[in-house]
Design a protein around this ligand. Structure first.
Ligand SMILES: Nc1ncnc2c1ncn2[C@@H]1O[C@H](COP(=O)(O)OP(=O)(O)O)[C@@H](O)[C@H]1O
Ligand SMILES: [Mg+2]
Length: 400
């Protein structure tokens, strides 16, 4: 073991692939965001009035994942904040990732923290905390930007009460001002909102279209510049990463992940060049990580459905029909102490699995028996195992 570790360390230390791999990490905000000039300008134009003490309009930003919404928003707010500092204008910025902070409590805590307000949380109702936050904010007479990133997660989990309160907050402020930037990947999200919230959140709307392969190539080239040693990337590597990510709805995060992981694979193998072969292998790894993460964070009924599909394939082979799957799911679900969802809901969930690339569902004709839907799992068992391993009850079923 010691020998092979020594060997590993020697390979990693001698590999000359990265100068600074952190430049490729998803949360790094680059100084240069090609192909987003229009969005940067529009957002800056909308938010800049804060620099002369007016309240900027609220902005609602949407686009599919990996289109630069978070990066552009952080970039523009950094610039405005720097400009504010130069001019001696007090700006408060609360950046809230609602996927992580998905309760009213967490959001309120973030808001208070952004203005250094020490509000005791125990023993107070959320509306009382909100009231005190408003009072302290007003006493600062400052402008505040509240960025609610992935705001759909919050609304789906806790409803739109806090959004409602936030979009009305300026009525209660006499000196301070608040503008909200709401960001979502879910294009249908506004359907969940109270129409009053929808119209005030969407005073301005900004759409981020997907990147095409050429744009992704540009983005990767510039990001690769400081990240890799000179000359280690073979010519076709960036093109391939861009082309693969363009197929994934133009996701820049996917493109960067492919390039970073390809570099890491080259480094681990002690190679001194990143090749197309490394990218192909990176794609398998990135895809595996995606599937595992998607399943791991799914609601329990969906996970039980996938588990049931796996069990059915194991005992009866491929191409199981939805009726059989529903039956098995219903009995498995009872073992978890739950009532089965309706057949209709399960049918929706099966379509969702199909969309996510976890299973395929297709309608086939069964002669005079009419049409039926057959379902097949389309991910490797090892990935499923990894996704479900945190839940011992699931594992007990898998290992039966
Ligand atoms: N135009 C761009 N130039 C450079 N990097 C970009 C660009 N657009 C997106 N990225 C990078 O791609 C990744 C995903 O972008 P992000 O802003 O998180 O997307 P979204 O919030 O729309 O899902 C991040 O690492 C980001 O830095
Ligand atoms: Mg984002």
């Amino acid at each position: 073991m010691r020998d092979s570790l020594d060997d590993l360390f020697r390979r990693v230390l001698s590999a000359k692939i990265f100068v600074n791999r952190d430049l490729l990490r998803p949360d790094y905000v680059p100084e240069d965001l090609p192909h987003r000039e229009a969005q940067i300008f529009r957002l800056a134009e909308t938010l800049a009035p804060a620099l002369r003490g007016s309240r900027p309009s609220n902005v609602f930003i949407y686009g599919v994942p990996g289109t630069g919404k978070t990066a552009v928003t952080k970039y523009v707010l950094n610039k405005i904040s720097q400009e504010g500092k130069k001019k001696g204008i007090a700006l408060n910025i609360a950046y809230i990732n609602c996927k992580h902070d998905d309760t009213n409590y967490r959001v309120l805590a973030d808001l208070c923290e952004a203005i250094d307000a020490r509000v005791p949380f125990t023993g107070l109702s959320t509306s009382e905390v909100f009231r005190r936050f408003v009072k302290i904010l007003d006493s600062t007479s400052s402008s505040m930007f509240v960025i609610l990133d992935e705001v759909d997660s919050l609304v789906k989990k806790t409803g739109d009460k806090i959004l409602y309160d936030l979009t009305r907050i300026n009525n209660q402020l006499s000196r301070a001002k608040v503008s909200i930037v709401g960001i979502t990947n879910d294009l249908k999200f506004t359907e969940y909102l109270d129409p009053r919230v929808r119209s005030s959140l969407g005073e301005e709307e900004l759409v981020f279209p997907p990147y095409n392969a050429l744009e992704l190539e540009d983005i990767l080239k510039r990001r690769a510049d400081g990240a890799f040693m000179r000359g280690v990337i073979e010519p076709q590597v960036i093109k391939l990463c861009a082309a693969l990510a363009a197929k994934e709805h133009g996701d820049a995060r996917r493109a960067l992940d492919l390039l970073r992981v390809a570099g890491e694979l080259a480094e681990r193998a002690g190679n001194d060049k990143v090749t197309e072969e490394h990218v192909r292998r990176a794609q398998k790894e990135v895809e595996k990580d995606r599937v595992v993460e998607v399943i791991r964070t799914m609601p329990l009924h969906s996970r039980i459905l996938i588990l049931s599909l796996y069990l059915l394939e194991k005992s009866k082979g491929r191409n199981c029909v939805t009726g059989e799957l529903y039956e098995l799911y219903s009995s498995v679900v009872k073992n978890f102490g739950l009532e089965p969802l309706t057949q209709r809901r399960i049918s929706d969930l099966i379509n969702e699995l199909d969309m996510l690339g976890i299973a395929t569902a297709k309608v086939v004709s069964k002669g005079r028996y009419g049409r039926t839907k057959v379902v097949n799992l389309c991910i490797p068992v090892t990935n499923l195992r990894e996704a479900l391993q945190e839940d011992p009850r699931m594992m007990a079923f898998m290992n039966k």
